[in-house]
Design a protein around this ligand. Sequence first.
Ligand SMILES: Cc1cc2nc3c(=O)[nH]c(=O)nc-3n(C[C@H](O)[C@H](O)[C@H](O)COP(=O)(O)O)c2cc1C
Length: 189
Amino acid sequence: MLKIGVILGSTRDTRIGGKAAEWLMALAGQRTDLAFELIDLRDYALPFFNERASNMHAPTQDPEGLRWQKKIAEFDGYVIIAAEYNHGPTASLKNALDYAYVEWLRKPVSFVGYGSVGAARAIEQLRLIAVELQMAPIRSAVHIQGGDFLPIMMGQKTFNDLAHLPPLVTAMLDDLSWWANALKAAREQ
Ligand SMILES: Cc1cc2nc3c(=O)[nH]c(=O)nc-3n(C[C@H](O)[C@H](O)[C@H](O)COP(=O)(O)O)c2cc1C
């Protein structure tokens, strides 16, 4: 079974990202074609990037950076759970993306975003970053926005209350599965 890493991209103490991750992992766990593992950036004490170059060009020195790369190498594709801070991705996520390179190469990535516009602006930036990392950012993504997100942010509703979202998650993961299979076969050739 292909392995998908679900990267939880926000780390602040009061983050809502943890609830999004819990909800997504419960849905993802129902699938029989993909195996999912949650990768919480809180579990990696990555410094601000302080290497001579990306690991495509120079071996990483920082032990935590190496531990991060080893984890990322395990997967055939990724789902990034994306918050939007000031119309961009969180700094912790960008730093973590920078802290690997060869591990991302030619693997697909999709997104689950939440915020006033479902983190659409952050996710568009993340797609550009993913291209530079030689990943394949796929079109399908799940955006939890506006009237759906505000009651969650205010603590009046949970992600589980939004019955129209699971089919969108299914469609996104179906697409990710196709790309993960296709790119794994291509990498192995
Ligand atoms: C520093 C900061 C900047 C934010 N900027 C935006 C933004 O540009 N667009 C948006 O929709 N929400 C923005 N928000 C609100 C977030 O969508 C909301 O706080 C969300 O819960 C953040 O994810 P997190 O709780 O997992 O950290 C911002 C929140 C913070 C803390």
